[in-house]
Design a protein around this ligand. Structure first.
Ligand SMILES: NC(=O)c1ccc[n+]([C@@H]2O[C@H](COP(=O)([O-])OP(=O)(O)OC[C@H]3O[C@@H](n4cnc5c(N)ncnc54)[C@H](O)[C@@H]3O)[C@@H](O)[C@H]2O)c1
Length: 247
């Protein structure tokens, strides 16, 4: 059995379900020693943590976090260091995908999306690097989106801007953190079948691989980025879209 993540610990935001949970699951299957599943939905996070721990033996700690609240993020990192000796991997997955039309996108609605998708990820990175810099090791994967490349599809402009901002933050962090052996990456998925897209009706026309994405399609790439196999990649946004957009 592949145990390449043995002795490694991770924090995964939005880890209760979807792409982020799938990433935690594959890490755990590959020997990860411990993970905090941080999510707004503590019931789902608790259920997922128990299931994952039972299935893989990885120590799984659910933690309720609203990433739009700076105090929740501080608590998350304190909690992580109480439960685990350290952490090596941060997956910034927490996100919302509003479909609000421009005319209805007032300041509060704009800020709501930005504070979760962009400021929340920034504040998590800011906390994470305190530990990562000291140990001179860290892997940070931000879940951006294809909309960072091409603008929103059915999503609101606030979603596209938040994901575009996350992609440029990724590059900025990678530039200043490389000297501490901290790699920062983004993934840019197109439509992936999760709760977020459950009530949509996206076509597969224009996707060379002929299907929408599954959580595993993104999670496998996140796990590669979290591994040492990707050690000479930094600041990249990896496109995961079945070929529908080629950079
Ligand atoms: N599904 C797609 O097509 C797709 C495509 C590109 C990018 N993404 C991104 O992938 C990430 C994961 O989404 P998913 O598709 O797995 O969706 P999902 O709806 O299955 O999961 C989202 C999770 O985020 C949590 N969450 C929401 N607001 C939060 C907050 N304020 N604080 C903490 N947690 C919060 C939810 O409770 C939920 O568990 C998101 O950032 C999303 O924007 C998704």
């Amino acid at each position: 059995m592949n145990k390449e993540f043995e002795g490694k610990y991770a924090i995964v935001t939005s880890g209760a379900r979807g792409i982020s949970f799938e990433s935690a699951k594959i890490l755990a299957q590959k020997g990860l020693s411990g993970v905090v599943l941080a999510d707004l939905n503590i019931e789902q996070a608790t259920e997922s943590a128990k299931k994952l721990e039972d299935e893989t033996g990885c120590s799984c700690y659910p933690c309720q976090v609203d990433v739009s609240k700076p105090e929740d993020i501080e608590h998350l990192f304190e909690f992580a260091l109480e439960k685990m000796p350290t952490f090596h991997i941060l997956v910034n997955g927490a996100g919302v995908c509003p479909t609000t039309p421009i005319e209805d996108l007032d300041a509060d609605k704009w800020d709501w999306c930005m504070n979760i998708n962009l400021r929340g990820a920034h504040l998590c990175m800011r906390e994470a690097i305190k530990t990562m810099k000291k140990q001179k090791y860290g892997k940070i994967v931000n879940i951006s989106s294809v909309v960072a490349r091409i603008g929103g599809i059915a999503s609101s402009v606030s979603y596209a801007v938040s994901k575009g901002g996350l992609l440029s933050a990724t590059k900025s962090y990678a530039k200043v953190l490389g000297e501490y052996n901290i790699n920062v990456y983004a993934v840019c998925p197109s439509v992936i079948k999760t709760n977020m897209t459950a009530n949509t009706n996206y076509s597969t026309v224009g996707i060379p691989l002929g299907r929408l994405g599954e959580t595993e399609d993104v999670a496998e790439v996140i796990v590669f980025l979290a591994s040492d196999a990707s050690k000479y990649i930094a600041g990249q946004g990896i496109d995961i879209n079945g070929g529908s957009y080629m950079n």
